[in-house]
Ligand binder design. Structure first.
Ligand code: HEC
Length: 188
């Protein structure tokens, strides 16, 4: 009888080990596929800007797809409970790859993952977005990142750099004041 004890112990250890792998691994994966971005005003504003430029034609500015084109292509109501019940990872996949056999295009080739995550942050906000909040977000889009502007100025470079283009409005005044105050300070 006592000969079996070490074997039982080994089995128990192996069992615990396998159970740990079975439970921990899927959890780690879902954690990874959650939106890595925070719903800050700037992220939501950039998401809104992408949405208006690339999605609203079919899904409507309010996401309900109640436009003529939206109905014609049978676009999904993005504010519906069914759609909102999907995970961030599922939305990311659908937006990146598109939906085969439907009018839903794939955006992975033209958009960086960060831009798609920003769109998803905005999609999560969409069902409760008030007109006032929309106006506020619209005005929070950095000048250089606005789609219409980019396209008018240069078609080739458009949509590329929303993150770098957030810098110009902030840094130049800051830098110049630092330089000025440094110049005014007496040299020791
Ligand atoms: C040319 C029209 C068109 C454009 C532009 C478009 N969509 Fe769609 N979208 C559709 C259609 C049609 C469906 C329904 C697909 C189906 O039947 O499953 C859909 C479905 C979806 C779904 C649901 C996918 C699912 O898993 O059920 C999401 C999310 C979505 N679109 C997001 C977007 C976003 C975000 C953009 C812009 C970046 C966008 N769409 C641009 C037509 C469009």
């Amino acid at each position: 009888m006592y000969c079996n004890k070490p074997r039982l112990l080994k089995l128990a250890v192996a069992g615990v080990f396998l159970l740990t792998i079975a439970y921990v691994k899927p959890r780690a994966q879902t954690a990874q596929t959650k939106n890595p971005l925070q719903p800050t005003e700037i992220n939501l504003a950039l998401g809104l800007d992408h949405f208006d430029a690339h999605c609203a034609s079919c899904h409507g500015r309010d996401g309900k797809a109640a436009t003529e084109k939206g109905r014609a292509v049978r676009a999904t109501d993005l504010t519906s409970e069914k759609l909102q019940a999907k995970s961030d990872a599922e939305l990311f996949r659908a937006i990146s790859r598109g939906v085969r056999g439907t009018a839903m295009p794939a955006f992975a080739k033209t958009h960086k993952p960060t831009e798609i995550w920003q769109i998803i942050l905005f999609l999560r906000k969409l069902p409760t977005l008030t007109p006032d909040e929309r106006v506020k977000l619209e005005s929070a889009v950095p000048e250089g990142a606005r789609h219409k502007r980019c396209r008018r100025l240069s078609k080739r470079k458009s949509q590329r750099n929303p993150s770098t283009s957030t810098k110009p409005p902030v840094s130049p005044p800051g830098r110049s004041t630092i330089t000025l105050s440094r110049l005014r300070r007496p040299v020791r």
